[in-house]
Design a protein around this ligand. Structure first.
Ligand code: TTP
Ligand code: MG
Length: 380
């Protein structure tokens, strides 16, 4: 734990800069930790929550796993068969979403009580930003310690907290000392903290943008910060400004309640238009997986799956299918997506594919958008 003093080196008032103290609280190994509370005999064991591994013949992915299982190389999103190969002795448990949602709702209530007025934002099922009024680091640390104590006492769960002068820094700081971490980054230390980090720590820079930037020699946040912003804008448009600001530790986003999520979607454009059924079915499978992953993190369930197809002549079609009850089953998303895309497989080449989950069931009184940049969560 770093207990450093928040030394304010505020910019002049006319610069539009306002110092803030923001906390990002992220639960540790959320689904698996809840399972360990439910089944105390599992404490200290590798626990994997996700699809049934069926002794190595299962389909689907790991939702999350305990830190003991992470030592074997298991992680979220990994095919369950691979997790089984890496750690056959782990306890494999199915996702019991209703339980996790109930725990999440109770934790969010605790967290909200520490925020200044409405300065609270649930980001996903196990993660929230809150802004507090103090500008004294000792106070901020005390608040974070109280939050950790209360959550542990009431739910028997640990969390990691990042404290920073903005959302970007708080979020990155929350990940530094996981699990059960508490990391404070003061305003005057932001650059030193961010500079050595890989650029993929910046929200919105995933593997793909990371590779594009890597190809022009930008590997670290420092590399991005010193890069000519005009060139970034030429390559990425407005997002170029935004990523450069982030690299400089500038993030003016407010902590505020996110609007209700209406749908979650993912799309991909082929490098080369294709009519190859193998490529199309393979891609729709990947998209179904990504869209489902985004859905699970929001804590919603879906009733409708839609597929979007854009042909080489830019003619665009969508097809949708609804199920009679709200669901969160990955295989169902994959099966329906494959069924819907089947109609479009033929002579004509396809340029773009998309999968959308909509008619979402709100199972919690507060809702969330998980991707503020680079994602596609449609809100009311
Ligand atoms: P995370 O906070 O990303 O992961 P975590 O809480 O399990 O572990 P960490 O200690 O690293 O924070 O996600 C919260 C929950 O969301 C996680 O417990 C399970 C679910 N989830 C999925 O179902 N699929 C995914 O790919 C991810 C990343 C999370
Ligand atoms: Mg977490």
């Amino acid at each position: 734990m770093r207990n450093c003093a928040i030394q304010r080196t505020d910019k002049p008032p006319d610069s539009g800069y306002r110092p803030r103290t923001i906390l990002l609280v992220d639960m540790d190994g959320f689904f698996s930790s809840i399972e360990m509370v439910e089944h105390p005999e599992l404490v200290g064991c590798p626990v994997v929550v996700g699809a049934d591994p069926k002794e190595g013949a299962g389909r689907g992915v790991v939702s999350t796993c305990s830190y003991e299982a992470r030592e074997y190389g298991v992680h979220s999103g990994m095919p369950i068969t691979k997790a089984y190969r890496l750690c056959p002795d782990a306890r494999f448990l199915p996702v019991t979403m209703a339980l996790y949602q109930a725990v999440s709702a109770r934790i969010m209530k605790i967290l909200r009580s520490y925020a200044h007025t409405d300065k609270f934002q649930k980001v996903s099922i196990d993660e929230a930003f809150l802004e507090i009024t103090t500008d004294d680091s000792a106070d901020a640390i005390r608040v974070a310690q109280d939050i950790k104590k209360e959550v542990l006492k009431k739910e028997k769960l640990t969390c990691s907290i990042g404290i920073g002068p903005n959302k970007l820094v708080a979020k990155i700081a929350s990940d530094v000392e996981k699990p059960d971490g508490l990391t404070v980054v003061v305003h005057s230390e932001v650059q030193e903290f961010l500079d050595p980090m890989p650029i993929t720590k910046i929200p919105g820079i995933g593997k793909k943008t990371g590779k594009t930037l890597g190809d022009i020699g930008i590997e670290t946040i420092r590399n991005l910060r010193v890069y000519d912003v005009k060139k970034l804008v030429l390559r990425f448009g407005k997002w170029g400004y935004q990523m450069h600001d982030f690299a400089c530790g500038i993030d003016k986003r407010e902590v505020k309640e996110a609007p209700t999520v209406k749908s979650v979607s993912r799309e991909l454009t082929f490098d080369e238009d294709t009519a190859d059924p193998g490529v199309i079915y393979g891609s729709i499978d990947v998209l179904a997986d990504r869209t489902h992953r985004a859905l699970i993190k929001t804590g919603y369930q879906f009733r409708t799956v839609s597929v979007k197809v854009r042909f080489e002549d830019f003619n665009t079609h969508t097809r949708a299918k609804s199920i009679g009850f709200p669901g969160s089953d990955l295989q169902l998303v994959k099966n329906i997506s494959a069924e819907l895309v089947g109609e479009f497989i033929g002579e004509r080449k396809i340029r773009l594919l998309g999968v959308r989950l909509s008619n979402l069931l709100k199972t919690d009184t507060r809702q969330t958008s998980i991707y503020e940049f680079g994602g596609s969560v449609d809100c009311e």
